[in-house]
Design a protein around this ligand. Structure first.
Ligand SMILES: *Cc1c(COP(=O)(O)O)cnc(C)c1O
Length: 399
């Protein structure tokens, strides 16, 4: 069947919640994707910051194949070897003490919010606690995660959402402090805002928030779903800041394509938080995703991926700055490591569509940002190819 035929079937049957690009992806190889007609695309989106290992990692693929032959699913009523190993490896890399595996990022946020509320409930003996979240944040689409997502457009139709949420301005400590009261149990934010437009937290801001949380026994929840898993050059973005969250979330690259998320916490939180009966999941942390997470953690270590990102990001930065100098429509380059945003005065959706025609996959963030979140295994030559293709697009008349 042709790409057009698949698109017709999809449009006739799938709920219309996405305006998709006219691309039907057939398979991947290395850091390239191929459509049904065999056209090749350099992938600088990685399935929205998911496919960190690219598409040809034999170690990862074999781990999945072997687990398919062993057992896929058992439920959480029993133990299974892959998830035990995955938990141990993830906690070590994340400098956390306890983990709960979920099926997605939004569910990881749900769990993190419940864990924080339960901690406050245990401590004070009563419910009714509040959470402070940030404007322009994105934490997911379920009702709880939407309640702490700082985008009124996403929230409006679904009100009333979870109560007890107050919004503050990201990177403005006073605005956060002004929202704190005796009922505040947690402050939640992305270490680097993703969907909102690629904004890293200022070091002073995050340190001041940490100090405030320590003084008032408020829990700091860092959402590392997009910026974590090596994307910024550290295993988790907060590890560059000299602080540690009380609870953190992961997903996206955690399974490199297998749907899995997680919320992790310190022992201090775990001791006063969720107990049997408080939380659960049928699929979450099943042997199949355990094998995926375990293999992903192995590959990050074997390939020294964080250092690879650190080393190559200097080159990416210099090439992107060159692009900004060359093209007036690029007014700012933001972000860290392989999580970059180019602020663009041309309509970014159209830029991304034109890039596809050139055989380059990029995505957008916010209203005016071209987002680059490539597989972490890209090499210098892929950066050169991306710059060449993006230059061709930026040279075009796009209105
Ligand atoms: C993608 C994302 C989520 C939601 O993850 P899903 O797996 O789509 O539910 C939450 N937080 C951040 C920062 C994200 O980028």
């Amino acid at each position: 069947m042709s790409s057009q035929e698949y698109m017709n079937i999809a449009e006739a049957n799938l709920l219309h919640t996405y305006n998709r690009f006219p691309l039907v992806i057939d398979h991947g190889e290395g850091v390239y994707l191929y459509d049904c007609e065999g056209k090749k695309y350099l992938d600088f989106a990685a399935g929205i910051a998911v496919n960190s290992l690219g598409y040809s990692d034999e170690y990862y693929k074999n781990a999945l194949k072997n687990q398919v032959d062993a057992v896929l699913h058992t439920s959480n009523l029993y133990y299974n070897p892959p998830i035990a190993k995955a938990a141990e490896k993830l906690l070590k890399a994340a400098q956390m003490d306890r983990v709960f595996f979920t099926n997605s990022g939004t569910e990881a946020i749900e769990g993190a919010l419940k864990a924080a509320k339960k901690y406050a409930y245990t401590k004070t003996g009563h419910a009714g606690h509040e959470i402070i979240a940030m404007e322009h944040s994105f934490h997911g689409r379920s009702i709880g995660a939407l309640s702490v997502t700082g985008n009124a457009h996403y929230r409006e139709a679904f009100e009333p959402l979870m109560g007890g949420v107050k919004f503050a301005t990201f990177n403005d400590f006073e605005s956060v402090k002004a929202q704190v009261n005796e009922n505040t149990c947690a402050i939640i934010m992305e270490t680097v805002q993703g969907e909102g437009g690629i904004y890293p937290a200022d070091p002073d801001f995050l340190k001041a928030i940490r100090k405030l949380c320590d003084e008032k026994d408020i829990l700091l929840i860092l959402d590392e779903i997009q910026c974590g898993m090596g994307r910024t050059g550290s295993m988790f973005a907060w590890q560059d800041y000299g602080i540690r969250p009380d609870i953190m979330t992961s997903a996206k690259a955690l399974g490199c394509g297998v749907p899995v998320g997680a919320f992790l916490m310190t022992e201090k939180v775990a001791q006063a938080s969720l107990v049997p009966g408080d939380h659960g999941t049928t699929y979450g942390g099943n042997p199949f995703v355990g094998a995926a997470v375990s293999a992903v953690m192995d590959r990050y270590e074997q390939l020294d991926l964080c250092n690879h990102v650190k080393e190559l990001s200097a080159y990416l930065d210099s090439r992107l700055n060159g692009l900004m100098e060359q093209y007036d429509c690029i007014t700012e380059v933001r972000g860290k490591g392989f999580m970059k945003g180019l602020v663009c005065t041309k309509p970014v959706g159209k830029v991304a569509a034109k890039a596809l025609e050139q055989g380059l996959i990029v995505i957008t963030a916010g209203a005016d940002v071209i987002r680059l979140v490539p597989p972490l295994v890209i090499q210098k030559e892929h950066i050169d190819e991306m710059i060449e293709k993006l230059s061709a697009v930026l040279s075009m008349e796009i209105a």
